[in-house]
Design a protein around this ligand. Sequence first.
Ligand code: TXA
Ligand code: MG
Length: 356
Amino acid sequence: MKTYETTTMQANSFGITQAVSALKEGYPVALPTETVYGLGADAFNLDAIQAVFAAKQRPQSDPLIVHVSSSSATLDSLASQEIIDRESITAVMAEVYEDLMQKFWPGPLTLLFPRGRKIDASVTSGQPYVAVRQPDHPVFLEILERLQRPIVAPSANLFGRISPTTAAHVYNQLEGRIRFIVDGGTCCVGVESTIIRVEEDGSLTLLRPGGVSVERIFSSTGLPVKSLETTTQEEAAPLAPGRLSKHYAPSKRTLMVTSVKDLMDIDFLLQVRAGILSTRPGSSLASDLIAAFPETAWTIESLPHDREGQAAAANIFSALHRLDALSLDLILVEAPDQCDHLWRATVDRLTRAASD
Ligand code: TXA
Ligand code: MG
């Protein structure tokens, strides 16, 4: 892979103009969204798409999300640009798509549509569905308007590693691998978009929990969202690329624990430097561990607690990045005691980060 001098640009008019020119020339550019930073490329330029896979060291089997502008965010507009295939959308599906787009776009909700002719098979890893969302970030939206083309954007991290929520997180992983990062500050949602598939009968399947909770989807549309986990393996197989059990991972060994008892047989803890990511309000895990392993050098991070989990989601990746930047031998993640609302996305990311 070619190496580049990586420049971080402010998201002012100069930076945005540079980003648009680089995208037009076929270079990937890291861009801020409300969820995480994305590594953007012109969705109609096959070389640019390949450059994204190369920069991230991402396998071709992991499909990309297509990001569209405000003016493209209707079924008719997506169909007229041949991003989606309108013919394969039944009337009942169309009603559900329109409802979801109207209520949740721009925002952290990605919808799967029958793939249109202008979307190359390399974007969807050969699948008949394309994932599309309209991001809710003024800088990304302005770049989409100026480029006048959709943008593919996976999270701007090396494949399998912790997702970036600041420009510095992107730089630390992709320095030398891309030309430009547009710095739009910290991503406010902090976890990736929720991915939903609309079935032929108009029912909804959750492929990835994220920044819009299934509770919110139900309360604003009346539509229940079934989990992929509850469908059969055969049904799940074609939907599952990228849903790897190990993902979002720190470079250090990471374990999920609920109490000090989980670690009693790990005698190497006596000699190591370890981090704890505490996730439960009023938890005694950190103090129990310090008491049980007094020779270990401990660093403690705590996720903020709120009932619906917004604050925890907004901080999870930055807390993991901080721990990963220290010279630790081990990171212990406390298993959260909540799993609804936005906690579902946080639990999903932490479970994968701590998976062997
Ligand atoms: O919030 C987000 O969605 C961020 C920002 C940058 O928009 N993007 C993001 O992209 O999280 P990425 O590439 O890190 O994760 C996209 C995941 C893939 O791993 C895959 O599981 C799923 O989306 N996906 C994409 N296209 C798909 C398709 N056609 N069918 C099934 N799953 C798909
Ligand atoms: Mg990702």
